[in-house]
Ligand binder design. Structure first.
Ligand code: F6P
Length: 537
């Protein structure tokens, strides 16, 4: 019997068992079904996993050669087979001194040289040594990028705001002119640095916004001096030169760093400018700690492996189509959006590495919002809706506001209450008692009670960490990167390409002339033609 069949069989036998019953039968359930990496605790006991299911999941991982695939990634093998590339974002946070080879060449000297260049630049700009064209200190930094060239920097800048003591950082991503207009409003071009962040340096949104920003700079800075206000973060040095950015203002990286995995290198420059090189190094160290854990911890105690297996259990065996990321940490407000790209662009695939169609489900729909806000919005569905949404809660043991520790305690209580409520639910008997105590009786009591029943038995994972420091953030992000990797290996897909974003881009280029009022021979469907016609109403 294959590991998949075994898991389906176990689910068939045990799928309806109550989680609270599992706790009643095993007083050590929390210890058994939780794992740690330093201060980061991951509790997955509020799922329906038991020893046999867990063992079968580990067997499944082994049967998919997870350990070999993992080692292949870290060793620089060309595991991104559809683009014939290595996958080595982990090299960007390799501070161990160990070499990393791609096709026989150690990439670490180049990685570290770029890191030192970034640090020199950040130190110079933060200290005021690197000045504006008019000899002033840079007060603001605008990062122009989209997708992985935006979401990581934004997410991390919001997350680590208590450490920000450099220039103020702003972000422009959308082609919608509203984004650049709103962001540049109130900024002084004479004291603003514009970072053009684009791996390829061809992305329409970024290059169009970059041109608009250049024109904005030219309102205060002469054409001869504009280079002092521009930086490029890109792999495409020919294109950065054509845009007019001097080579010493270009921080490059290699094609083995995918966009959604790139915050650890040059794409993280805005973060380094905001929090300083030392805190940025801590961010890298956190990720490196998770890398080391992922490479060395036994599978059964390995956080990314377990999180990935819980994801596979829920997606493929229990049939849940989605999962919610619910940080009880306001500064992780952009984490769900970041994880949407990381997870859905990586594992939203329908074809296996060998080109055959998948016969099972791959990546789920990932979404979320910080708690407690989400509680007052969509948790209704999570608690009582007809769909089951596995939840991933996150909370710090202490916040960054010692004077508001009482508020932090309320935050923690809410986080723990949600996972408990999802698991325990409220049965009909208790709902009836509640309504009886309020004076209801007979048929009306039954009717009112039915609305107050919570099915319960809804799974969640909770992560708890000391405080949202640069190191902890690095650890959490690397945990999720490797979780996506684990799931991708089990599904047999390539988690490192993104062909699915291409068709829409191509069609947008073909539609633009028609939107501009030109005629083309391109065939379009009736709906699209109708909408185009409506533009001139
Ligand atoms: O269109 C998708 C994508 O290629 C993402 O994978 C990437 O993060 C984003 O666009 C931005 O790409 P670039 O950094 O090349 O501008």
């Amino acid at each position: 019997m294959s590991a998949w069949e075994k898991l389906r069989e176990l689910h068939g036998e045990r799928g309806k068992r109550s989680m609270t019953g599992l706790f009643d039968r095993d007083p050590n359930r929390f210890e058994t079904y939780s794992a740690r990496c330093g201060d980061l605790l991951m509790d997955y006991s509020k799922t329906r996993l038991d020893a046999e299911i867990f063992d079968s999941l580990i067997t499944l991982a082994k049967s998919r050669n997870l350990e070999d695939r993992r080692d292949a990634m870290f060793s620089g093998a060309l595991i991104n087979e559809t683009e014939r590339r290595a996958v080595l974002h982990t090299a960007l946070r390799n501070l161990s001194g160990d070499p990393v080879f791609v096709e026989g060449q150690d990439v670490m000297p180049g990685v570290l040289a770029t890191l030192y260049q970034l640090k020199d630049f950040a130190t110079g700009l933060r200290s005021g040594e690197i000045k504006t064209a008019s000899g002033q200190v840079f007060t603001d930094v605008v990062n122009i990028g989209i997708g992985g060239s935006d979401l990581g920097p934004v997410m991390a800048n919001v997350a680590l705001s208590p450490y920000a003591d450099g220039p103020r950082c702003h972000f422009i991503s959308n082609i919608d002119g509203a984004d650049i207009t709103e962001t540049l409003q109130g900024l002084n071009p004479a004291t603003t640095l514009v970072i053009v962040a684009s791996n390829t340096f061809t992305t329409t949104e970024t290059m169009t916004n970059a041109s608009t920003a250049k024109d904005w700079l030219l309102g205060s800075v002469s054409a001869a001096d504009i280079g002092q206000h521009l930086v490029a973060l890109s792999t495409a040095e020919d294109k950065t030169a054509a845009f007019g950015i001097a080579p010493d203002r270009v921080f490059g990286f290699e094609d083995w760093v995918g966009g959604r995995y790139s915050v650890w290198g040059p794409i993280g420059l805005s973060l380094m400018l905001a929090i300083g090189p030392d805190h940025f190094t801590e961010f890298l160290r956190g990720a490196e700690e998770m890398d080391t854990h992922f490479r060395n911890a036994p599978l059964a105690q390995n956080l990314p492996v377990i999180l990935g297996l819980v994801g596979v259990w829920h997606a493929n065996i229990c049939g849940y189509n989605t999962r919610a990321v619910l940080p009880y940490d306001q500064r992780l407000a952009r984490l769900p959006a970041y994880l949407q790209q990381l997870d859905m662009e990586s594992n939203g695939k329908g074809v296996a590495m060998d080109g055959t169609g998948l016969k099972y489900r791959s990546g789920p729909i990932v979404w979320g919002e910080p708690g407690t806000n989400g509680q007052h919005a969509f948790y209704q569905l999570i608690h009582q809706g007809t769909r089951i949404v596995p939840c991933e809660f996150m909370v710090a043991r202490r916040g960054h506001e010692p004077d508001l520790a009482h508020q932090h305690n309320i935050l923690i209580a809410n986080c723990l209450a949600q996972s408990e409520a999802l698991m325990r639910g409220r049965d009909k008997k208790r709902a009836c008692k509640l309504m009886r105590d309020q004076g209801f009786e007979g048929a009306e009591l039954d009717r009112q009670a039915a609305h107050r029943v919570f099915p319960g038995n809804r799974p969640s994972v909770t992560m708890m960490y000391d405080q949202l420091t640069p190191r902890t953030l690095g650890k959490i992000i690397a945990l999720y990167e490797h979780r996506v990797f684990v799931e991708g290996v089990i599904w047999g897909i390539n988690s490192f390409d993104q062909w699915g974003v291409e068709l829409g881009k191509r069609l947008a280029n073909r539609l633009l002339p028609l939107v501009n009022g030109e005629q083309t021979d391109d065939p379009h469907d009736g709906s699209t033609l109708g909408l185009l016609a409506s533009l001139s109403e």
